[in-house]
Design a protein around this ligand. Structure first.
Ligand code: SAH
Length: 353
């Protein structure tokens, strides 16, 4: 092994032992990564995850309940300015029947994700949450509906929502400004995350890997922010361009770096819930399984009605069929069993206190 490779391997060993490294060492671990270190980190991350969660993967039924959005994020296919997007919103009845079908399939967590759609006032969204709570008292309800006020988050929590996913997108304020229009604010996003945690949600943050203008030192900031914030869940996936956005010709993030970072995150935050995301499954064949083998322990199959799936296009070629689809849970079960994992039929609560 060359001296440079030894140095990186030494850092990887320290990360596995101490569950943290100084920022400059994390930077080197990212910029000077090599296949041997990646393999070492992957095996350590996977073994650590297995000690905590066993050889089980938690499943979450993803219901993409609206693709209307008042925001205009430069990377996102359902941004307000995309006139090509065919807009839809699901009715309460449709959402409830997704949950019912999902319950029968073995889902005990439902994730309602959507654009920031003003139609879903606290009353409307709260009533949907309360109905799901009534229908499936033993299930966890996760919302992922963007930024709302403290009061709104509290009301939805009172209505029965347990968890909230709000990716921070980047922990670097300048980078945030390059991914979003001026009407959106880094400080507001971060404040929203703090509100969620304070109200008592199991809270998820996260970022895109390889988003435009992202550098290794920004990723170090993301890791540091997350370690300090202490989220219950972390969602990361490669940035993938969408043809009808300002970032249509930007380079995609890679599976390689995403998998590497999944391992780093698992080692830094052993108990965190870490999904192998749809974007990871989209960027490369077998991406989700590779994610599990790199330290992820959650997958979120799509439970949305078949007719709307193609309309929730955050990026080009987004997967929504095959083992990505909740009704083909058998396919997912097979592909996970091939790598030695089973599916847990449980809420899969976070072990992070
Ligand atoms: N409106 C909600 C949900 C957004 S969609 C919110 O603001 O939280 C969920 C996530 O998809 C986003 O947080 C973003 O990180 C990711 N995403 C959006 N566009 C993407 C793209 N082009 N490539 C990869 N991931 C993308």
């Amino acid at each position: 092994m060359s001296d440079a490779a030894k140095k990186v391997m030494d850092l990887a060993v320290r990360l596995a032992e101490n569950h943290d490294l100084p920022d400059d060492a994390l930077y080197t671990l990212i910029t000077e990564r090599n296949e041997e270190t990646a393999l070492f980190l992957r095996n350590e991350a996977r073994a650590l995850c297995e000690r905590i969660y066993g050889r089980f993967v938690y499943i979450r039924g993803l219901i993409e309940f609206t693709n209307y959005c008042k925001n205009d994020c430069y990377y996102c296919g359902i941004r307000r300015s995309n006139r090509e997007a065919e807009r839809y919103r699901l009715t309460e009845e449709e959402i409830l029947s997704c949950c019912e079908a999902g319950y029968g399939l073995g889902f005990r967590t439902f994730v309602l994700q959507g654009g920031e759609d003003p139609y879903f006032t606290d009353e409307r969204l709260g009533s949907i949450v309360a109905s799901i709570r009534g229908l499936c008292p033993d299930c966890a309800i996760t919302l992922s509906a963007g930024e709302r006020s403290h009061d709104s988050y509290r009301r939805l929590h009172d209505a029965g929502a347990d968890r909230y996913l709000l990716r921070h997108e980047t922990a670097d304020p300048c980078h945030y400004g390059r991914l979003h229009p001026e009407s959106m604010s880094f400080d507001k996003r971060m404040a929203a995350l703090k509100d969620l945690k304070e109200i008592g949600y199991q809270t998820g943050c996260g970022f895109m890997v390889g988003s435009p203008y992202q550098t290794a030192s920004m990723i170090v900031k993301d890791l540091r922010f997350m370690k300090e914030f202490g989220p219950h869940m972390i969602g990361i996936g490669p940035f993938l361009s969408h043809k009808d956005t300002p970032f249509y010709d930007m380079e995609n993030g890679t599976a390689e770096l995403t998998l590497y970072l999944l391992s780093v995150i698992r080692l830094m935050m052993p108990k965190v819930l870490l999904p192998a995301t749809t974007a990871l499954g989209t960027v490369t064949e077998g991406g989700r399984e590779a994610g599990i083998l790199s330290g992820a322990n959650v997958v979120m199959p799509n439970l949305s009605p078949a007719g709307v799936r193609k309309k929730y296009m955050l990026y080009d070629n987004k997967l929504s069929s095959g083992s990505e689809a909740a009704e083909s849970l058998e396919l997912l079960r097979e592909s996970l069993s091939k790598i030695g994992y089973g599916i847990a039929v449980s809420r899969g609560d976070s072990l992070v206190i």
